[in-house]
Design a protein around this ligand. Structure first.
Ligand SMILES: Cc1cc2nc3c(=O)[nH]c(=O)nc-3n(C[C@H](O)[C@H](O)[C@H](O)COP(=O)(O)OP(=O)(O)OC[C@H]3O[C@@H](n4cnc5c(N)ncnc54)[C@H](O)[C@@H]3O)c2cc1C
Length: 346
């Protein structure tokens, strides 16, 4: 395993932008992300329109992820997915060794913690089913609403996301059913009112008791739900089954006493506005960082990332400039600009 200048823990907006900016400063980086995909929390709202990222007019979360990933990979960082960093320590030769839960060890000169809101995994339906349905018509997230156009959809859940999906999908789908275990919806008032007035068929006090596949067992054709007040069973035929019944939050390494981070609200890592934490050589950026004036938005994450990378550059090379040269006049883009000019000027 090669020694990188920086190991970035977390591949959300902050980590991806740090990888890009580090490339601009000729630093060699590795991103380690616990999920199977990059993009961080934006994966919670891929179908939503995001308006407040500077310079980008309204675009969907999914498009934003695509663009962030393209930018984050511009200087070919090493990207390691599906590996949760569970601890890190300083080695005798003043490097940092980050260890993943699966036992891999990554060496680097500095660390950037870009772990954001933490590790969230959607709660799965508490029933036995073939996991391959998750690649067919069982969804724990909605990336593009249009993929559901004209279809018969059953949504399971009673939180704001489930209700919001029902409200959005009913406008384009053939039929939408919402199945919830009780009659208390944890949705914003506005969304709940919209639901009640919509054409969504709501099944309260109902739990999914069976998933029914087609004859070849390759996708789901219907589910059986049971009303726990009447004990009545109902079969709902469907094209797509969408589930949002909450998230499991995995514990992170921030609490490791050996690391000695200063935490706010027992979670956020306190640091300077330039992203330096209480641990020398370790920087925190994005939502995980806490300082007076912190902006917990994508725009704020970019600012932290540039600060952290600039600090690292100077700590590794005291003769380096304080900041990167602006990208519009930076020779590191000479080669890449040839390709881009074809894309934009021709
Ligand atoms: C519903 C919702 C809507 C939002 N809408 C907007 C909006 O419109 N505009 C806006 O600017 N902001 C919005 N935000 C906030 C924005 O998403 C965050 O500010 C941004 O995602 C923070 O980026 P981040 O990289 O710091 O953290 P995250 O996006 O949380 O990414 C952190 C990454 O680190 C990974 N990770 C965590 N721990 C480990 C570990 N131990 N090992 C390896 N990987 C790890 C996680 O899996 C995750 O991928 C919204 C947030 C939510 C929840």
């Amino acid at each position: 395993m090669s020694v990188k200048d920086i190991t970035i823990i977390g591949g959300g907006p902050a980590g991806l932008y740090a990888a890009f900016y580090a490339g601009m400063r000729d630093l060699d980086v590795r991103i380690v992300e616990t999920q199977k995909t990059l993009g961080g929390k934006i994966n919670f709202y891929p179908e939503k329109l995001v308006w407040d990222v500077g310079g980008i007019p309204a675009t969907t979360g999914a498009n934003l992820i695509d663009q962030m990933v393209e930018q984050g990979r511009a200087f070919n960082p090493e990207v390691i997915l599906d590996q949760k960093i569970s601890r890190f320590e300083k080695t005798a030769d003043s490097l940092f060794a980050s260890e993943s839960e699966s036992g891999n060890r990554f060496l680097s000169k500095r660390i950037i913690v870009a772990t954001g809101g933490g590790i969230f995994n959607p709660k799965k339906l508490p029933l036995q089913y073939d996991v391959k349905f998750e690649e067919k018509n069982l969804h724990y997230n909605i990336y593009r609403l249009n993929a559901f156009k004209g279809k018969k959809i059953v949504i399971v859940g009673g939180g704001n996301t489930a209700v919001d999906w029902a409200n959005n999908l009913v406008e384009i789908a053939d039929e939408v059913h919402l199945v919830h275990r009780n009659d208390k919806f944890k949705a914003h008032e506005f969304n709940y009112r919209k639901l009640i007035e919509s054409a969504v068929t709501v099944h309260t006090h109902s739990l999914v008791s069976e998933i029914i596949p087609d004859q070849t067992g390759s996708f789901i054709t219907s589910i059986k739900i049971r009303n726990d007040q009447t004990d009545e069973d109902t079969i709902l035929d469907l094209d797509e089954l969408v589930v949002n019944i909450g998230f499991d939050n995995d514990l992170n390494f921030h609490h490791d006493p050996a690391l000695n981070f200063q935490l706010k609200d027992d979670y956020y890592i306190e640091g300077s506005a330039k992203a330096q934490t209480a641990v020398e050589g370790v920087y925190a950026i994005g939502d995980i960082l806490e300082f007076d004036g912190k902006v917990r938005l994508i725009a704020g994450a970019y600012n932290d990332a540039a600060n952290a990378v600039n600090q690292i550059k100077q700590s590794l090379d005291p003769s380096a400039d304080e900041k990167a040269k602006v990208s519009s006049h930076n020779e590191v883009f000479d080669e890449k600009n040839k390709e881009m000019k074809e894309r934009y000027y021709l």
